[in-house]
Unconditional design. Structure first.
Ligand code: C2E
Ligand code: CA
Ligand code: CA
Length: 577
């Protein structure tokens, strides 16, 4: 399409962001009167509509009355840039252009008009110019895509793209990563399969890479066997890792050309803005250097120019791979920490706490791998494994003569929001054939507050099966028990940070006292976590805390140690009688 000849019949979709309907009608009147344009305007009076419209409809231009914004103008422009997918923004405000235009355009507005000087000619000209510019940009994109598919892209164009991406990163305060991909030993491949097939292989690979990248990422072929990938809007090394993981897996699978499977491998160099530089030249040079470093490793591999990022991203990838093996290879184990009833001194139940018997690192605590499991989604299968294991032990405990022991299991945010959670837990309980009233799930407030209706539905469904719920780490989150009043929560666990401040700050005493009396008034029992000293224990006893858990009585222990512990407890109880 030749943009300059875009016909008058072509519709220009304009979203008018203005709180006033009268203003919207006024803009419509002006734009509608221009014979040379066919404007289809939509009115957006508030932020809720704005979000909805931007995500569900396509617009060519956003006409923004600057009185309309959620917080600050700069935040709103940034929001429009992301949600509007770089749709140009024409800003309109009552102040003269020389006062406002430079700042707003710096922040990302494509053009500015002063309301006082706004007439038919200036508004129509601005709309038409921005529309043409947008069309030109799209044509260039199509060209680019075609060039990538068919061969090389012009080096100037590539630098230009990188330059623009850098400007966007700077403006939006984002990170950016440049990946330089070089196929290993491509000459040998070419010689063995022939140049034509070699070329087909590159095209197929480009297609495969593109499928795995996000929309905001751009892929370009910059040499016979080389690609550059610009990864925009990355927050941290984990984001980059996710993309690298996809790229590496795409480069590791054989490619089939004309029925022949060709094994390939590639070396990837990564340079990030701002760490590795802020100009296209620097980034490319450094990504290139990192790529040569990666060449030293056999098979498909990658290297970061920035050592720190390399370490954290590499560590994350390795941890995830190891964790996946751990789940398969039975390296995970549950430890059990007793919970003591303060009125009777008996063990009421145990909290199941996961441990990882790492072949090289030894026993790894959950704080060192749960966050990685959460990010990668592995927490979901791990979490179900924990429930399964807890049910098995629950059954075993009953058979060994400890029938009323409660087994508490932690549920993380992502597990709780797994769509199949209630169904899967139901299946596990059903298969294990256990007394469900002895299974307790521990959740934090933040996991529930995220979507109270969802939480209410899930908790009720599981509660109907007999499962009970405890509110974990209470006091550290929102602490708005009133919001949670309608949920079937029978236990509240005071976070160990308060318990450990007892004796050191008067505040901790007040807070604990208030939590206990509030919980009791709602018929909810209270467990204090992290009890390590006699003094803490005495205070909690005086305040009628129901149960305690902590090193003072017992540390988390493996199953056989727990059985000995229970045995000793019951012998001690017999002697007392
Ligand atoms: P949490 O649920 O708050 O678990 C209590 C943590 O406090 C445990 O750490 C326990 O060992 C520790 N603790 C118990 N008594 C004391 C004490 O007297 N003093 C001190 N300083 N610490 C004490 P752990 O086992 O390292 O677990 C850490 C966190 O990992 C847990 O915090 C929980 O959020 C998470 N977690 C553990 N197992 C699982 C699991 O199976 N699934 C999920 N989703 N999360 C788990
Ligand atoms: Ca817990
Ligand atoms: Ca806790």
């Amino acid at each position: 399409m030749n943009p300059a000849s875009a016909s008058a019949a072509e519709k220009i979709r304009v979203l008018v962001l203005s709180p006033e309907y009268a203003d919207f009608l006024w803009y419509c009147g002006i734009l509608g009167a221009d014979q040379g344009m066919n404007v289809d305007a939509t009115w957006c009076p508030d932020l809720v509509d704005c979000d909805d419209l931007l995500s569900n409809a396509h617009f060519d231009l956003l006409l923004w009355d600057c009185v309309f914004h959620g917080g600050s103008e700069s935040d709103f422009l940034r929001y429009l840039a992301v949600s509007g997918r770089d749709c140009p923004v024409l800003a309109v405000s009552s102040e003269p252009a020389d006062c406002r235009a430079p700042a707003l355009m710096e922040l990302g507005a494509a053009d500015y008009l002063c309301k006082a000087q706004l007439d038919r000619w200036s508004l129509c000209r601005a709309v038409r110019c921005l529309w043409y510019r947008q069309q030109l940009g799209e044509v260039e994109q199509v060209h680019l895509r075609r060039e990538v598919a068919s061969g090389f892209i012009n080096r100037d164009l590539f630098f230009d793209r990188l330059q623009q991406a850098l400007l966007r990163a700077e403006r939006g305060k984002h990170r950016l990563a440049l990946l330089h991909v070089n196929l290993d030993d491509f000459r040998t491949i070419n010689e063995s399969v022939g140049y034509q097939k070699g070329d087909q292989l590159i095209l197929k690979l480009a297609e495969r890479l593109r499928e795995r990248l996000r929309r905001v990422d751009s892929l370009m072929r910059i040499g016979g066997d080389e690609f550059a990938i610009i990864v925009e809007k990355v927050e941290d090394s984990l984001d980059v890792t996710q993309i690298i993981r996809k790229v590496v897996s795409a480069l590791d699978e054989p490619v089939t050309v004309s029925g022949e499977r060709v094994a390939i491998s590639a070396s990837v160099g990564v340079a990030t803005y701002p760490e590795a530089g802020d100009t296209p030249e620097n980034l490319l040079r450094r990504a290139n250097r990192a790529m040569f470093e990666a060449k030293r490793d056999p098979g498909t591999s990658y290297r970061f120019y920035d050592q720190h990022l390399h370490i954290s991203a590499g560590y994350q990838l390795r941890l995830e791979a190891d964790l996946r093996n751990a789940l398969r290879g039975q390296e995970l184990e549950l430890y059990y920490q007793p919970r003591i009833d303060l009125a009777t001194g008996e063990v009421r139940g145990v909290e199941c706490l996961i441990r990882w018997n790492h072949p090289e690192r030894g026993l790894v605590n959950p704080d060192d791998f749960i966050p990685a499991a959460e990010r990668s989604g592995l927490i979901v299968p791990i979490g179900y494994w924990v429930i399964e294991q807890a049910c098995k032990r629950l059954q075993e405990a009953a058979e060994l003569g400890y029938p009323g022991l409660v087994f508490a299991v932690n549920l993380s945010f992502r597990q709780f929001h797994d769509r199949k959670m209630t169904e899967t837990i139901f299946r596990i309980i059903y298969n294990a054939n256990v007394d469900t009233s002895l299974l307790e799930l521990e959740l934090t407030e933040s996991a529930m507050m995220h979507d109270l209706n969802y939480a209410r539905r899930c908790l009720r469904e599981l509660n109907q099966l007999g499962v009970s719920f405890a509110l974990d780490d209470f006091g550290t989150g929102f602490s708005s028990l009133s919001n949670l009043q309608n949920l079937p929560i029978s236990l509240l666990k005071i976070d160990k940070s308060f318990v450990q401040e007892l004796g050191e700050s008067g505040d901790a005493e007040h807070i604990i006292r208030a939590i206990i009396s509030l919980a009791h008034s709602l018929q909810i029992s209270v467990v204090a976590e992290g009890v390590e000293t006699e003094g803490q224990l005495e205070f909690l006893r005086q305040e009628h805390c129901d149960e305690i858990q902590g090193y003072y009585f017992a540390r988390p222990m493996c199953w056989t140690d727990l059985l000995s512990f229970l045995e000793n407890q019951s012998q001690a109880a017999c002697l007392e009688q």
